[in-house]
Design a protein around this ligand. Structure first.
Ligand SMILES: [Cu+2]
Length: 166
């Protein structure tokens, strides 16, 4: 067997393993976002219709590894527009999820800090910028949001969302 073929096989294995973590299955940001917007429902909801936004919530991120506010309450069924601002000097991100999912992603980000990931429940916000995401919370329960950049989540960059039954 020649070497290039062997190398190609290794790369294929790594790529194939990634979607199980639902993190890096995007080679192209635009197509990944469009595909995800169309359907994918998660335990904590689904991509929201911008025309049905019932509430806008502003969230600030800081280099002290905190979100403000760090606790939110929304109603099941509600479509929320998150306006996520990063007034700091380093990159931050706002990723919605269940606590176990966020922990898994944070671990994965430590191993692959440059992994590409883009989903409708994530906002990557460079210093000085503001990004928005629209999300519909479909079920009641306790969910979270976190910054999964290496070290940030562990430093306390996590918040809680209580979704109440309608
Ligand atoms: Cu951060």
């Amino acid at each position: 067997m020649n070497k290039p073929l062997l190398l190609a096989a290794c790369i294929t294995t790594v790529v194939a393993a990634a979607p199980a973590w639902s993190h890096s299955d995007s080679h192209n940001k635009k197509s990944a976002k469009a595909a995800a917007t169309s359907n994918e429902e998660k335990a904590f909801g689904k991509a929201g219709d911008p025309k049905k936004v019932a509430r806008t919530i502003h969230v600030d991120m800081s280099d002290r590894m905190r979100f403000t506010p760090a606790a939110l309450t929304v109603k099941a069924g509600e479509t929320v527009k998150f306006v996520v601002k990063n007034p700091g000097k380093v990159m931050h991100e706002f990723v919605l999820g269940t606590l176990p999912e966020l922990k898994e992603h944070a671990e994965l980000m430590k191993k692959f800090p440059n992994m590409e990931h883009d989903k409708p429940y994530m906002a990557h916000v460079p210093p000085g910028k503001t990004e928005t995401i629209v999300w519909q919370f479909t079920k009641d329960g306790e969910f979270h949001f976190g910054c999964l950049l290496p070290g940030h989540f562990e430093a306390g960059m996590v918040g809680k969302i209580n979704v109440t039954a309608r």
